[in-house]
Write a protein that binds this ligand. Structure first.
Ligand code: PLP
Length: 400
């Protein structure tokens, strides 16, 4: 009947998350239900994972069908569904080759290894490549493994894990000139998010990625884009960098790739991907038949059922509604975003507002202390957006 996590059960978990005292037992579309049957609007979509909403029927069906046929075979053998998925992904962007893994951190870890290996291959004969350094941005987020937390430009993520792997430099985001200044003889690549997600939906100037591409070309560096959060249609293009007119050398993807089954991918041009050869890198679970089937079904729904095409219009609508809210609430400092990746920044701490929103049936996240982040499913309806805005309106009104 209920599946409540007992105090006992909860205490057996390592203390890595500050969890709200609520547990969801069912999801459908933009909605979740807790163990008492209370309904919530999930405007966080897992955490940027359930871009097609909870339990999208076509994906559920593909998983059920594949689970009954074959879930896992080793990467010692061909995996046709993985090959199909790779074909589908390279057909959608600049890339020629894909490596599959199981998370965003692993996708970035693969990208970091690929950058180093590529430099190494070009400088054959050296024990350590001359060029290995990767320039990343302040307030970026790239994951929690040792290399990716080091790539992450946030002191709080790195503290306590020293000694950190060498080879990363941080520069302010949205300042191409800062990247140029940080380049040394050891620099191999630039790694950034097209929009910074975890630091509160920081949208750079329109020319930022193009400026980075130009700098990378001029200094013979690789441009690596972390599209773990911005990818899979979140901003209204399948990949966010496709708004910019440039393409990277390497791109990482995860979160929504398989609609909630764990899957990450590192995509690269042929020239760069050539640096990997059998034995260079690997993963037991990367690209199993089960997750590949889920990802293929996800892409079908996203691209062929018109979900992606509606994202810009929905995003504009939600931004507009939130900007109307801003006119009435002095507490709102700014409203920003692209597609359905949106932030409402407050003049004061947002944690408490977030908690009240949850109690009133709306899931958001709080970033950097004062930012409410909206990552609704791309399938969200106008009525659901109206309802979410009305809940936030009420919470802000009552908090004065
Ligand atoms: C979530 C996220 C990651 C890490 O993904 P995991 O699957 O948690 O390892 C990396 N980069 C960005 C931009 C993210 O949003």
């Amino acid at each position: 009947m209920t599946t409540a996590v007992s105090e006992q059960g909860a205490s057996a978990l390592m203390n890595t998350y500050a969890r709200f005292p609520v547990a969801f037992v069912r999801g459908e579309g933009s909605c979740l239900w807790d163990e008492k049957g209370v309904k919530y609007l999930d405007f966080l979509a897992g955490i940027g994972v359930n871009n097609l909403g909870h339990c999208p029927p076509a994906v559920v069906e593909a998983i059920r069908e594949q689970a009954g046929r074959l879930m896992h075979t080793s990467n010692l053998y061909r995996v046709p569904l993985q090959e199909q998925l790779a074909q589908r992904l390279v057909g959608s962007c600049f890339a020629d080759r894909v490596f599959f893994c199981n998370s965003g951190a692993e996708a970035n870890e693969a990208a970091i290894k690929l950058v180093r290996k590529y430099a190494h291959e070009r400088e054959k004969g050296r024990v350590q490549a001359h060029r290995f350094e990767i320039i990343t941005a302040t307030n970026s987020f790239h994951g929690r493994t040792l290399a990716t937390l080091t790539a992450t430009g946030q002191e709080k993520v790195r503290r306590g894990y020293e000694p950190l792997p060498p080879g990363f430099r941080y520069v302010p985001y949205n300042q191409p000139e800062a990247v140029e200044k940080a380049i040394t003889a050891a620099t191999a690549a630039i790694l950034v998010e097209p929009i910074q997600g975890e630091s509160g939906v920081v949208v750079p100037d329109a020319g930022y990625l193009a400026a980075l591409r130009e700098i990378a070309d001029r200094h013979d560096l690789l441009l690596v884009l972390d599209e773990v959060q911005t990818g899979m249609g979140r901003t209204g293009r399948l990949w966010c960098h496709q708004w910019s007119g440039i393409h990277p050398d390497v791109m990482t993807v995860a979160k929504s790739l398989a609609s909630g089954l764990p899957m990450g991918a590192c995509l690269a041009t042929e020239k760069v991907a050539q640096a990997f050869s059998p034995g260079s890198h690997g993963s037991t679970f990367g690209g199993t038949p089960l997750v590949s089937a889920a990802a293929l079904a996800t892409l079908d729904v996203l691209l062929e059922q018109g979900v992606l095409a509606e994202v810009p219009g929905k995003g504009e609508y939600l931004l507009e509604q939130l900007r109307t809210l801003q006119l009435r609430h002095k507490m709102i400092r700014s409203v920003r975003g692209k597609g359905l990746m949106i932030a409402v920044e407050l003049n004061s701490p947002a944690e408490e507002i977030l908690g009240v929103c949850l109690v009133r049936g709306l899931l958001l996240s709080c970033q950097m202390g004062t930012v409410l982040r909206f990552l609704p499913p791309l399938t969200v309806t106008r009525e659901e957006m109206d309802r979410a805005v009305a809940i936030l309106d009420g919470v802000l009104t009552d908090s004065y």
